[in-house]
Design a protein around this ligand. Structure first.
Ligand SMILES: [Zn+2]
Length: 215
């Protein structure tokens, strides 16, 4: 059984790298963002709560995130282990997490701020169907048109340079203490997230002592 945490700023490819790792090793990919999106789309009580928080321009609270993660882990449907993305969000959660689970490693995807800006500001969203695009990594066939429904592609409302700068500040303020704690336990492998995804995945596997990745 293998238990990993993956950390990295927006645009660092956390989702992609977790998916590749999870698929090959039969890990449960526990993405906090995906869990909340599922609740919103499925109109659950938690989804309604999340929608209200987000409509007010706020982030979902740490306590709520913790509850969702606990509930998810308590399902024990992760026979071969898990990789968790979006948690822990603060030092206290990290401590609780380490007390409850034997972590095999923390993958820290590192991306220079300039590259984060380039990647995040290239994101587009279909105004009609909500499909995600990225003008660098996932280009639409026709520029500014959705491949699926032909809708107009627009930037996300909160993807402005100012909003991104403020999100990055928040991210580092919150994450640095968590990373420090994990580093003290010698769990952290820091991987350069700039190369293309296959190289990043190979590097992650090598650093974690896992069999090489064969795409
Ligand atoms: Zn569309």
């Amino acid at each position: 059984m293998r238990k990993y945490v993956i950390m990295g700023v927006q645009g660092s490819g956390k989702g992609t790298q977790s998916t590749l790792l999870a698929r090959d090793l039969d890990l449960a990919h526990i993405s906090v963002g995906d869990i909340f999106r599922w609740h919103v789309q499925s109109h659950t009580k938690l989804g309604a709560q999340t929608r209200r928080v987000m409509a007010a321009g706020e982030l979902v609270g740490d306590d709520l995130v913790e509850k969702v993660v606990r509930d998810r882990l308590e399902q024990h449907d992760w026979n071969y282990g898990f990789i968790i993305d979006g948690f822990p969000r603060n030092r206290r959660q990290a401590e609780f997490f380490l007390e409850s689970y034997d972590i095999d490693g923390v993958v820290h995807l590192e991306l220079p701020e300039e590259e984060v800006r380039r990647r995040v500001l290239a994101r587009r969203l279909c105004a009609r169907c909500g499909m995600d695009y990225n003008l660098i990594a996932h280009r639409p066939k026709e520029s500014d048109r959705c491949d699926v429904c032909g809708g107009e592609l627009v930037p996300r409302e909160d993807d402005t340079p100012q909003a991104l700068a403020s999100r990055l500040r928040d991210y580092h303020d919150k994450t640095n203490p968590v990373l420090d704690l994990f580093r003290r336990k010698e769990y952290v492998v820091t991987v350069d997230a700039r190369p293309e995804k296959v190289s990043v995945q190979r590097e992650i596997r090598a650093r974690l002592g896992l069999p090489p990745y064969e795409p």
